[in-house]
Design a protein around this ligand. Structure first.
Ligand SMILES: NC(=O)c1ccc[n+]([C@@H]2O[C@H](COP(=O)([O-])OP(=O)(O)OC[C@H]3O[C@@H](n4cnc5c(N)ncnc54)[C@H](OP(=O)(O)O)[C@@H]3O)[C@@H](O)[C@H]2O)c1
Length: 275
């Protein structure tokens, strides 16, 4: 696994396929760095709102001029649309790298639609990408050059941290941890809010306490060089209230078993859905 570093300079021409939540989040990050004249394809009526001097938005691949030569084709459509969407972009396989953020679409599955020699990067981002606080794990196919990998790294850094792996199989547990992980954290906020109400705290105050405790603790973790376990120990006085709560949560049959089982179940499901 390797972590990456930010680059500078304008982003070269990109072809963005799918301008939904993820595609548009990346686009706004690229624009901050200066996006060279690029194209986006999206049939949705709202997609044209993303057009600007740096970006032409078209509803269909047929409207992309023959002369347009993107450095990267970013695949940000729903996985179930891959088979119908990808083959028309085969013509870019010789000169571009395909960067896919589609959940569960394997490099082999995409190569079957884009051609066996296509340079493909399969990446798994997560929803905090919407506020540039995501984490993406990326895996290159053998055809990806170092320059193409660097470009994909820059494109993904627009939505948060990036890590690279060479073993594609790791993307199943990655999906279970960071891809699905935001849902576990949101569930934590929900359950804390419910438990606060059970203890007599008014609903609006319970909501504030749960949200701010989860988001504030996340910010503290992000700002601290210490491990999560060290931060936990630092707020746990022997014999105090936190220790009492943790004796419930950290019992072997409680959170340790639940989290381990949840991530194992999500990893299995990711393998089942891959294609
Ligand atoms: N959201 C996440 O947290 C997350 C996390 C990890 C990975 N991903 C992956 O990111 C990808 C995009 O997710 P999203 O949440 O951004 O989805 P989304 O908001 O539904 O965006 C997909 C966009 O693609 C458009 N589209 C449909 N068919 C198309 C075609 N043939 N050519 C070009 N555009 C087309 C859709 O238009 P219509 O709405 O009109 O169909 C929509 O605007 C998915 O593959 C997902 O697995 C998402």
């Amino acid at each position: 696994m390797t972590a990456s570093h930010a680059n500078s300079g304008a982003i070269p021409p990109i072809l963005l396929i799918g301008c939904g939540r993820m595609g548009s989040a990346m686009l706004s990050g690229w624009r901050e760095q200066g996006l060279s004249p690029s194209f986006a394809v999206d049939p949705s009526p709202t997609a044209s709102t993303f057009a600007g001097p740096d970006l032409t938005v078209v509803a269909d691949a047929a409207a992309i001029p023959e002369s347009f030569a993107p450095s990267a084709v970013v695949l940000a459509v729903k996985p179930q649309n891959a088979a119908a969407t990808l083959p028309v972009y085969q013509r870019f396989a010789g000169s571009s790298v395909f960067l896919s953020i589609m959940a569960g679409r394997t490099i082999a599955g995409m190569a079957a639609l884009l051609g066996p020699t296509a340079a493909i990067v399969r990446a798994m981002p997560n929803t905090p990408a919407a506020v540039r606080q995501g984490v993406t794990v990326a895996c290159p196919s053998p055809a990806v050059t170092p320059a193409q990998r660097d470009l994909c790294d820059r494109l993904l850094q627009a939505i948060g941290a990036v890590a690279w792996v060479d073993q594609e199989a790791l993307l199943d547990p990655v999906t279970a941890v960071s891809g699905s992980g935001p849902a576990y954290v949101f569930l934590l906020a929900e359950l804390m809010e419910q438990a606060a109400i059970e203890q007599g705290i008014p609903a609006d105050l319970a909501r504030l306490l749960a949200r701010q405790t989860v988001s504030g603790s996340g910010a503290l973790l992000a700002a601290s060089p210490e491990d999560a376990s060290a931060l936990r120990v630092a707020v746990t006085s022997p014999g105090g209230t936190t220790a009492e709560a943790l004796s419930v949560l950290m019992a072997p049959d409680a959170w340790p078993r639940a989290m381990s089982g949840a991530i194992a179940a999500a990893t299995r499901r990711s393998r089942e859905l891959a294609g």
